[in-house]
Design a binder for this molecule. Sequence first.
Ligand SMILES: Cc1cc2nc3c(=O)[nH]c(=O)nc-3n(C[C@H](O)[C@H](O)[C@H](O)COP(=O)(O)OP(=O)(O)OC[C@H]3O[C@@H](n4cnc5c(N)ncnc54)[C@H](O)[C@@H]3O)c2cc1C
Length: 434
Amino acid sequence: MAWDFETEPEFEEQLAWMRSFVKEEIFPIETLRLSYDDVVTVIKPMQDEVRKRGLWAAHLPAELGGMGFGQVRLGLMHEILGQSPYGPLVFGNNAPDSGNAELLAVGMEMTGREDIRERWLQPLLDGTMRSGFSMTEPNTAGSDPRLLKSSAVRDGDEWIINGRKWYTTNGSVADILVVMAVTNPDVHPYQGSSMFVVPVTTPGVTIVRDVGAMDDPQVVYGRFGNHAEILYEDVRVPADHLIGPEGSGFLLAQARLGPGRIHHCMRWLGQSQRAFDMMCERALSRYTHGSLLSEKQTIQNWIADSRAEMHAARLMTLHAAWKMDKVGASAARVEIAMIKYYGATVMHNVIDRALQTYGSLGYSSDMPLEAMYRAARAARIYDGPDEVHRQTVARHSLKEYSPSEIPTQYIPSRTTAAEAKFADVLEFLEADSV
Ligand SMILES: Cc1cc2nc3c(=O)[nH]c(=O)nc-3n(C[C@H](O)[C@H](O)[C@H](O)COP(=O)(O)OP(=O)(O)OC[C@H]3O[C@@H](n4cnc5c(N)ncnc54)[C@H](O)[C@@H]3O)c2cc1C
């Protein structure tokens, strides 16, 4: 039986290199106030170094242009990269480009269409093209994509797309948008939705605005990482801009979201660990009410609880990654759903405790904790709100049980059954005791 908590020595070496690279080279960029274009210039030599090491855009299987690492190794890698918002960018696997590359690759596999690689997949992997993922609509519940209203209607060799989307992350700086729309309203939504590549310059595409949000409340239009509201009005795209077969939108979304959630959870652990490091450092440095914070039991509890929760989240996430590598995303869906809400909550709580330990300094932008906290809050909403994933886990768990009018563990009825089962022995014991 294989049951192993070790990483292969060669990969461990790569992880060790990543740890020091992220700390020494990437952390310092965070403090500079740079435009997106400036960031691209600053990180270029770092990206070259990552390419030389064979770690660039590692998220796809080797035959589809990635490194073929599998989810466990990718997970370990994302834990390190996720410590900094710039980590994934330097390593060519930042969302939503990485997820979009994944679904383009799956669509390519489904249809055998090699042209997808050259047109969109390779440029996304090379980092020469930027993308957005346009699924959520302001007027329907994003938590239930079966309610999607955006439509695409076939007209000769073209599809005509209509709809209003919002929260398309990077929509205002993207070259292409991956749009989910209903192509057949007469069948179940799971078979009636499809995904399309829409170049942003296509007539009928209007980037209405970037939505002000916790991560950019005084919204600066066109900031990398912002979330765009986009209107699609009679947008015509050639038939070959359909990704995968018609009606495969949900299948593609699942293929994209499964690995994406593992990567997110491991990045969240990177964020949690960073907050934890800050919390411990402060606890050992701040003196109040007759002792250091590290000597107060509340702070000790926060440290102990955070450590245990991070450890649990890490094991759960690596297990989900392992299961996904072994049996695929569909069979691992309960494990993936569990880590989504558990990991998001652990990150939120650890950052919250760290921020509290720093008091006013933690709340200030002199420390990275306030920005980390704002980013952490979003994790409980995107990729499906936590409540939906809890529902999935509860539903699957309940399938393993059936109702029983008398509880199966009801002691009086168990006693009757046990007395019948052991009647002979009980009779003997009784006779013996007389
Ligand atoms: C930072 C950020 C980035 C995002 N990036 C993108 C992107 O790039 N592309 C994109 O298409 N979308 C993106 N989204 C949108 C995201 O996917 C949706 O916000 C999410 O799916 C929830 O949809 P909704 O906001 O419409 O909430 P609703 O569906 O209106 O749900 C609201 C609330 O209702 C509750 N709820 C919902 N269902 C249940 C249930 N079954 N049981 C109990 N309670 C329930 C939950 O508390 C939920 O938060 C992003 C969102 C954020 C915050």
